[in-house]
Design a protein around this ligand. Structure first.
Ligand code: B12
Ligand code: SF4
Ligand code: SF4
Length: 369
């Protein structure tokens, strides 16, 4: 049986995905996406990747590892791209909220209901990387049962591949001006996972590319508080998501006010996107938001010591910021809140042994005075 869109989409849905598509490697019209490779090179050269060294890695031929799938896997013939909807009916970051509320990005709010054994259901944090990887492996096995043996690798985030480029070539949507993959019906609250395979995609199965439907809209660009976006390009060194998750050490002072109440990640450029207004809400038991992480009180986040932080966010993407980075972010959000009652906490943090936390707390105290 040949590889077909129908087969992959059916098995992907059985494995728990919302939709799936297949892109050929190299893509017939643009071998390995010449246009995107050029953009990726320029993006790295401009310094927009900041300290994300893993994006800058090069292979022996000097090519960026993440834009050279064929160099890493000469057998690669196709990329199966799967999407999982994580949209919820919970409030958006752009809706009015209490002055003492922080924000943890939607992608890190997920939890799974578990029976605590005392007739009460608790939410256990889930990491979308693990959830999607398990589903990709199930899909991979199912395809083997139908198609026989083939080479493959499953990746969520960490593979040598720019996932959004292949998602576009798989016909799953267009690249929005906010750089996210946008699906006309599903919007952009989508996680991506990929399977590189040695299976050839028959010419008749090549997907049609989705048209760019951003039109004259510039809402995401206008709403970004740190001016990180120009159409279809992001300066990650200005993006709140980068600053609060990936950036180690002090956050540049001129960007701290723009961070607002965002403690981990940022959803603003997707919250304002008109294509997300009618996006269907997911009913995925492993990707539902944990209520305690919706508009979390900054007092509560500040009260977590290192052990409690580890417990609350065990297995959650939030751990990526590490405890010191998390406290740094809470201090900045407190400074931006305008609430004088946070002074007490900030005064004690200003004496912290962690110089980054101490300096961020002093900045916040100054902002509140
Ligand atoms: C590094 C990274 C980040 C960085 C940099 C983001 C960026 N824009 O590059 C930071 C930390 C800032 C980040 C933030 C977020 N991320 Co992130 N991130 C990644 C990661 C690991 C690599 C992305 C990468 O290679 N970037 C490099 C640049 C050059 O690539 P790019 O923006 O994708 O650009 C390509 C296209 O846009 C295209 N392109 C560029 N210009 C133009 C112009 C035109 C006209 C066209 C057609 C195409 C085009 O060419 C480029 C390739 O060279 C991917 C996973 C992966 N392996 O791909 C997840 C990923 C992109 N992130 C994801 C998510 C969920 C997020 C956040 C929503 C998390 C949050 N709430 O805080 C935000 C969204 C911010 C935003 N507006 O993009 C999802 C995106 C899902 C989606 N629907 O798009 C991914 C795919 C992870 C996953 N497996 O689900 N992320
Ligand atoms: S995630 Fe936030 S900071 Fe980053 S580009 Fe979007 S709106 Fe701007
Ligand atoms: S907000 Fe507008 S410009 Fe930005 S991604 Fe959505 S449709 Fe495109």
């Amino acid at each position: 049986m040949p590889l077909s869109h129908f087969l992959v989409d059916t098995f992907a849905r059985e494995a728990g995905f919302t939709a799936a598509g297949i892109a050929a490697v190299p893509y017939p019209a643009q071998p390995e996406g010449i246009e995107e490779r050029r953009r990726f090179e320029e993006w790295i050269a401009s310094g927009a990747a900041g300290e994300m060294e893993y994006l800058k890695r090069r292979n022996e031929s000097g090519e960026l590892v993440r834009s050279s799938v064929r160099a890493a896997f000469p057998w690669a013939q196709s990329v199966i791209v799967c999407v999982a909807n994580y949209n919820s009916a919970a409030p958006r970051s752009t809706e009015p909220a209490a002055a003492d509320a922080g924000w943890i990005a939607r992608y890190a709010q997920s939890g799974t209901e578990t029976d605590s054994g005392q007739n009460s259901i608790q939410m256990r944090p889930t990491d979308y990387h693990k959830v999607l990887l398990r589903r990709l492996e199930a899909l991979d096995s199912r395809l083997r049962e139908s198609l026989g043996a083939f080479e493959s690798r499953c990746y969520v985030d960490t593979g040598p591949i720019v996932e959004r480029v292949y998602a576009r070539y798989a016909g799953l949507g267009w690249t929005g001006k906010n750089t996210c993959l946008l699906h006309q019906r599903l919007g952009s609250w989508l996680f991506l996972g990929v399977i590189l395979t040695s299976l050839e995609l028959p010419a008749a199965e090549l997907p049609a590319l989705a048209a760019d439907r951003c039109g004259s809209c510039t809402r995401c660009i206008d709403a970004c508080p740190t001016q990180a976006l120009t159409p279809y390009q992001m300066d990650a060194t200005r993006c709140i998501s980068y600053l609060t998750i990936e950036k180690r050490g002090a956050i540049p002072e001129d960007l701290r006010s723009g961070i607002g109440r965002n403690v981990f990640g940022c959803d603003i450029c997707q919250d304002v996107c008109p294509w997300n207004r009618r996006a269907p809400v997911a009913s995925d038991p492993e990707l539902s938001p944990r209520t305690e992480l919706l508009n979390p009180a900054l007092d509560w986040l500040a009260s977590l010591d290192e052990a409690a932080f580890g417990q609350w966010f065990f297995g959650s993407p939030v751990k990526r910021s590490r405890f010191g980075g998390f406290r740094r972010n809470v201090a900045i959000a407190m400074g931006n809140s305008g609430l004088k009652r946070f002074r007490l906490t900030l005064e004690s943090w200003a004496r912290s042994e962690d110089p980054v936390v101490a300096e961020s707390a002093r900045w916040a105290l100054n902002k509140l005075s």
